[in-house]
Design a protein around this ligand. Structure first.
Ligand code: NAP
Length: 270
């Protein structure tokens, strides 16, 4: 029987690449995005249903799940990929900016998961893959809100295993390092324009440093790992991906808090 994957944030980056990979592998794909009116290419693919879904809009989630079920009749894998990064000093963030970071990266992921779980429970099978980040394991300067949202995703996912494994549903966390997607462009919000002066000089230095941070162009690598997590049939929970992610996770394992902070301060030249 042909399997079906449901993907959020399919307009660009990892989400889009993952749609194409599952399609190539012969799966049905429910490719969801906020603005399907801007999409052309994915509409051309057989057995790819392009649906409108904003993770902060519960009606759009319900309707995308219903449309997917009406067309394919099942959802074997959910890839919670939609997300963005708010960068800047925590004190400088408005309440709205803090809330928005969590509304998308955390509460949005929960809302989509809750909409898909009844389908998987009825099937007595399923895999839920949450796209976190190496930033769900280690922290960089000036990204506290983003890290908080991804650490929350990690804790949520790890604990949900206990309630869902007995129902035949597996949980997976994919943790990419730095990749050249829209993430460092339109999916990055800089906070603090009206915040305290004291942070500005060092934040600007940090942003200048980020512009030279090595970002991999091999987005397909992340899609491959997502596909692997969906199909490997193992109990593995975490899938760091990319040389920088593997290196940072290993460094965090070996170093204590003080050593790790020293290393990160030196690497980011702050
Ligand atoms: P991307 O190309 O910017 O993709 C982000 C996707 O999320 C876009 O499709 C965007 O849709 C969607 N999105 C944002 N807010 C949404 C909302 N409210 N509802 C539904 N969709 C929404 O960046 P990406 O790198 O592929 O990011 C995908 C995931 O990987 C994110 O969770 C990100 O945190 C994570 N990640 C990225 C990196 C990296 O270096 N690229 C590293 C680690 C983790 P629109 O087109 O409508 O804006």
């Amino acid at each position: 029987m042909k399997k079906t994957v449901f993907i959020t944030g399919a307009s660009s980056g990892f989400g889009r690449e993952t749609v194409k990979l599952f399609h190539q592998k012969g799966w049905n794909v429910i490719a969801t995005m906020r603005s399907p009116e801007n999409e052309t290419e994915l509409f051309e693919l057989n057995d790819v249903l392009v649906g409108r879904l904003d993770v902060t809009d519960k009606d759009s989630i319900k309707s995308a799940v219903e449309q997917g079920m009406a067309k394919f009749g099942r959802i074997d894998v959910l890839v919670n990929n939609a997300g963005y990064g708010a960068l800047g000093a925590m004190e400088a963030a408005t309440e709205e900016q803090v809330k928005q970071q969590f509304d998308v990266n955390f509460f949005g992921l929960i809302a989509v998961t809750k909409a898909v779980l009844p389908v998987m429970r009825q099937q007595k099978s399923g895999v839920i893959i949450n796209v976190s980040s190496v930033g769900g394991r280690v922290t960089f300067p000036f990204a506290s809100l983003y890290h908080a949202s991804k650490f929350a995703v990690e804790g949520l996912t790890e604990s949900m295993q206990y309630e869902l494994n007995p129902l035949g549903i597996r949980m997976k966390i994919v943790e990419p390092g730095g990749y050249k997607t829209e993430f460092s462009g339109r999916s990055m919000t800089l906070i603090g324009a009206d915040g305290p002066e004291v942070y500005k000089e060092v934040f600007n230095k940090f942003i200048a440093m980020l512009e030279h941070w090595p970002m991999s162009e091999n987005i397909g690598e992340v899609a491959d790992v997502i596909y692997g997590a969906a199909t490997d049939g193992t109990e593995t929970l975490r899938y760091p991906v990319g040389p920088d992610a593997l290196q940072l996770v290993e460094a965090r394992r070996q170093m204590d808090d003080v050593e790790f902070k020293k290393m990160m301060t030196a690497q980011t030249a702050l």
